[in-house]
Design a protein around this ligand. Structure first.
Ligand SMILES: Cc1cc2nc3c(=O)[nH]c(=O)nc-3n(C[C@H](O)[C@H](O)[C@H](O)COP(=O)(O)O)c2cc1C
Length: 261
């Protein structure tokens, strides 16, 4: 529900400019609201309003968090280049409050249609992860190309979770065609955030693939009814650090240019 506080509204029309679904119309005597049923609750109107005049879904605009200064390009570039997949973790468990703080921040990652439909499944403890890895390996036994992986698991190594003390999975119903994208964006944001909190991660691609194919794996993971773990990350305290940025393939880009900007 959208409500404009007329005592505050300065009729600048910014709400109408930022609303992706054109719910606001600028009239000669003020702003009117149209097709409120299309509102996707993205909050852009309330976030942009210079006079904090917009109540969205009963949220008092004065309670919205003010913006903090952004990291500069150098800092963010350094983070993107320094983030590495971690496959060697300390035995210590991940502090729950730190993990929850990271997941809480990731709520602000974008979702298609602002569905905000990503929820998290956190698997903790080596015994839990081993049980899930056993199930993943059972599925992989059917694929001869994965024989080396199966052998490594049977020898007691952990090629699936890489010895991590914890793994987190972004889950959605899978009914929306962009659910996998939503979950991957959330995990990607988490992956970037972790090194700033003394943690490290590595995408759990084998588990993602196995969970997509096999209900037994989803069950072993404790996936909630109606949800699918669509993207995941092993998480822990890194036992290794890196000194340099590894080389990457050169930038490939095609620019299709028009005559006007
Ligand atoms: C979708 C995806 C799935 C991945 N799955 C695994 C995995 O199951 N096990 C693993 O050790 N690494 C996995 N990785 C990590 C990649 O191997 C790694 O990102 C790549 O080698 C580049 O290294 P960097 O992340 O340090 O830049 C995965 C990465 C992505 C993006």
């Amino acid at each position: 529900m959208i409500r404009i506080d007329d005592t505050r509204c300065v009729r600048c029309g910014l709400c109408a400019r930022v609303c992706p679904l054109h719910c606001f119309h600028v009239e000669s005597d003020g702003i009117s609201i149209h097709h409120e049923e299309y509102c996707m609750h993205c909050g852009h109107c309330a976030a942009a309003c210079p006079s904090a005049a917009i109540w969205l879904d009963d949220t008092d605009p004065d309670t919205l968090e003010p913006l903090s200064p952004l990291p500069d390009t150098t800092s963010l570039t350094a983070l993107i280049k320094a983030r590495r997949s971690i496959r060697d973790f300390k035995q210590e468990s991940v502090p729950e409050n730190v993990l929850l703080q990271a997941l809480d921040t990731v709520r602000y990652a974008p979702t298609g249609k602002n569905l905000e439909n990503v929820s998290w499944l956190v698997l903790e403890g080596r015994d839990t992860l081993r049980r899930v890895a056993d199930c993943v390996i059972d599925l992989f036994r059917q694929d001869k190309r994965l024989a080396a992986l199966v052998r490594s698991h049977e020898r007691g190594a952990d090629p699936i979770f890489r010895g991590a003390p914890c793994a987190v999975f972004a889950c959605a119903s899978g009914e929306y065609d962009l659910d996998m994208v939503n979950c991957s964006i959330a995990v990607s944001a988490l992956d970037l955030l972790l090194p700033t909190m003394g943690l490290g991660g590595c995408w759990a691609g084998y588990v993602m693939r196995a969970a997509a194919l096999d209900e037994n794996v989803r069950k072993a993971m404790g996936t909630e009814e109606g949800l699918r773990p669509l993207a995941g990350l092993m998480v822990g305290i890194p036992a290794v650090s890196y000194r340099r940025v590894p080389a990457r393939r050169p930038l490939r880009v095609i620019m299709v240019k028009g005559e006007t900007a």
